[in-house]
Design a protein. Structure first.
Lengths: 85, 417
C-alpha cells in the first residue's frame, strides 16, 4: 500500500485516495493540429516502466487533487507535494 | 518427432519406467534470420505460432521468450473461459474462442482438463441487473448463453452462499447463468500449443529476451535485438502483454495502452463445495474451485499504473472482506499463495490486434482477460500476419478504431466493475 502525501493532511493511506490517471500533455489546439496529433492527444497516455507523473484525489479525506511522481515498478513515490508546517 | 499421447503411450512408457518420453519441443540453435519473429512465448504468442504453421503453412517462425515458456500471464490468471460480453464486436469473437477451447484437447493431443461448469453471476443491485439483462439480449443474437435465475435458485445452486440476505447492505436480488463458461489447465494450454507449433517446425527460444526492435532504412521492421544477438525478420509480432509499450517505444511507436496489475490468490484445498464459477460483480470478486479443491479468487486491479506482479495488502483485504460478506464460511479458509500479472488496457477496454505504423510490425495487446481469448486470438492474428487483412472476427479490434475514434467500449471485462 502507498502512503501518499496530501498538502493539507500529510502522509495518508492510499485507501483514502482515488486514482486520477497519469498526467498527459497539455491540450493541443484542435484547429492547428492534424487528425493524427489530435487522436494521439486524446488516447495516448504516458506508460513508462519507471517514473510517471500522476494525479490522485483525496476523496475520502479533504477532497484535494494532487500530483505525485511515482515509479511504476518499485511503487516508490519520488516526488510528493510539499506539506507546509 | 511426433509422439502421440494416449493411454497406450502412457502404458508403454510406464513399463519402461517413464525414461523414454521424448522432449515435447526442441531447443534448436538461434538462427540469424526468420520469416516471422514472435516476441513472447505466452498464450497468444504460442497460439499465433501454432496457427501460422497449421493454417497458413508459415513454419519459419521463431518465438522469443525472455523467461521461460508459459511463465508470464498465462500462468498468472484465473483460467476462466467465458463469452458473456457486451458488444456486438466482442461476443462472436469470444463465442469462437470458447468453442475452440472445448475442442483443444483433441486438436493438440494434450489433456486440457477442460471443465465446462457454468458461471453464475450473483447480482446485488438493480443497475447491474439491468446491464446484465441487456447483455443477455445482445448475447442471444450471437449464440452465447445467458439466463436469469431467482435468488432462491442462486442459493440452491451455490449452497455455500449464506450471506447477502434481506438485512444485508446489498441483498441478493437474483442471478444470471452463463452455461458456456468453464475452466481448464493453463500449463496445458501453453505446453500444448508449444508442442503443436514445434512439431510443425516453429522454433521456441527461451531465455532470449528482446531488448529492442530494429528498423530498416525505409522505416519498415527489420528484426529484433536480443540478449543472444540480432535476429532479422520481415515480420515481427509483439505479444508481451504489459510490456507492449516498453517494446514498441524502442522503435518510437506510441500506443494507447496503460499497464496495470491484476491479482489473484488461492486458498488451501478443501472438499468439493462449489461446482460453478461464482462471479459477484457488485461486490467485486469472483472465484472457482480448482480440481485440487483450492478456491481460486480474483478481485479488482490495483489503482494506478503498475509493472509489478505482487498484490497490495489493501486490495487483498478489500477482496476478502467482500467475499466474506457473501460467503462467511470462507473465514476459516487459509490462503496459500497469491500472484499478480501486469497487463495493458486500451482506452476502450477492448483488445488491439493490429498492424502498426511500422511496416511489418504487429501487436496483440490490451488483453484484459486474455486467457479466454487465446485460441481465437492466435487464429485471427495468424490470419492477419499471413494474409495482411484482418480476420472478420477481429476487424473491429485494429488500431484503426483509434484513428477514427470508433471505440468498442467494453463493459464485460474485469476492470469494468
Amino acid at each position: 500500500m502507498l502512503n501518499i502525501t496530501c498538502p493539507f493532511c500529510g502522509s495518508r493511506s492510499e485507501s483514502e485516495f482515488a486514482f486520477g490517471g497519469p498526467v498527459g500533455g497539455d491540450r493541443i489546439d484542435p484547429n492547428n493540429s492534424s487528425d493524427a496529433e489530435w487522436v494521439e492527444y486524446l488516447t495516448v497516455l504516458p506508460n513508462p516502466l519507471g517514473p510517471v507523473q500522476e494525479k490522485w484525489w483525496h476523496v475520502r479525506g479533504c477532497g484535494e487533487w494532487l500530483t505525485i511522481w511515482r515509479d511504476t515498478h518499485t511503487h516508490k513515490i519520488l516526488e510528493a507535494p510539499h506539506v507546509p508546517t | 518427432m511426433k509422439q502421440k499421447y494416449s493411454l497406450f503411450s502412457l502404458a508403454r512408457n510406464a513399463i519402461s519406467g517413464h525414461e523414454n518420453w521424448k522432449q515435447a519441443w526442441r531447443s534448436p540453435p538461434l538462427k540469424s534470420n526468420y520469416e516471422v519473429v514472435i516476441i513472447g512465448a505466452g498464450g497468444h504468442g504460442l497460439a499465433t505460432a501454432y496457427y501460422l504453421a497449421k493454417e497458413f503453412g508459415i513454419t519459419d517462425v521463431a518465438v522469443l521468450e525472455r523467461g521461460w515458456l508459459g511463465g508470464g500471464n498465462i500462468a498468472r490468471n484465473t483460467v476462466t473461459i467465458r463469452s458473456n460480453y457486451m458488444r456486438d464486436e466482442s461476443i462472436p469473437f469470444y463465442v469462437k474462442s470458447v468453442a475452440m477451447y472445448e475442442g483443444l484437447t483433441k486438436e493438440l493431443n494434450f489433456n486440457m482438463m477442460h471443465s465446462k461448469r457454468t458461471m453464475v453471476d450473483i447480482v446485488q443491485t438493480y443497475p447491474k441487473m439491468r446491464e446484465l439483462r441487456r447483455r443477455q439480449l445482445v448475447m442471444d443474437i450471437y449464440g452465447s448463453t445467458y439466463e436469469h435465475i431467482s435468488t432462491e435458485e442462486v442459493r440452491r445452486r451455490i449452497p455455500a452462499l449464506t450471506g447477502g440476505g434481506v438485512d444485508a447492505r446489498l441483498p441478493i436480488i437474483g442471478g444470471m447463468v452463463h452455461t458456456d463458461a468453464g475452466v481448464n489447465r493453463h500449463d496445458a494450454v501453453a505446453w500444448g500449443y508449444a508442442r503443436g507449433a514445434d512439431e510443425r517446425g516453429v522454433e521456441i527460444h527461451q531465455q532470449t529476451g528482446v531488448t529492442s526492435l530494429i528498423q530498416g532504412p525505409n522505416g519498415a521492421i527489420a528484426g529484433v535485438e536480443t540478449k543472444r544477438g540480432t535476429v532479422r525478420a520481415k515480420k515481427v509480432i509483439v505479444a508481451v502483454s504489459g510490456h507492449t509499450t516498453t517494446v514498441t517505444e524502442t522503435a518510437g511507436l506510441k500506443l494507447p495502452l496503460r499497464t496495470m496489475n491484476l491479482t489473484a490468490f488461492v486458498s488451501e484445498p478443501v472438499k468439493p463445495l462449489v461446482d460453478v464459477i461464482v462471479n459477484c460483480p457488485d461486490s467485486g470478486f469472483y472465484f472457482s474451485q480448482s480440481d485440487k479443491g483450492e478456491m481460486v479468487i480474483g478481485g479488482a486491479p490495483d489503482m494506478g499504473q503498475s509493472f509489478r506482479r505482487d498484490i497490495k495488502q489493501h486490495v487483498f483485504e478489500d477482496t476478502v472482506a467482500s467475499m466474506l460478506s457473501l460467503f462467511p464460511a470462507f473465514k476459516k479458509l487459509k490462503l496459500l499463495r497469491q500472484w499478480g500479472g501486469h497487463l495493458d488496457i486500451a482506452h476502450d477496454a477492448s483488445p488491439i490486434m493490429s498492424k502498426t505504423d511500422i511496416d511489418g510490425l504487429f501487436v496483440t495487446a490490451g488483453w484484459w482477460g486474455g486467457y479466454k481469448a487465446i485460441p481465437a486470438g492466435g487464429l485471427t492474428l495468424a490470419h492477419l500476419v499471413a494474409k495482411g487483412t484482418p480476420h472478420p472476427l477481429m476487424s473491429s479490434f485494429t488500431l484503426n478504431r483509434f484513428k477514427h475514434l470508433d471505440f468498442v467500449m467494453e463493459t464485460g471485462t474485469t476492470t469494468a466493475r
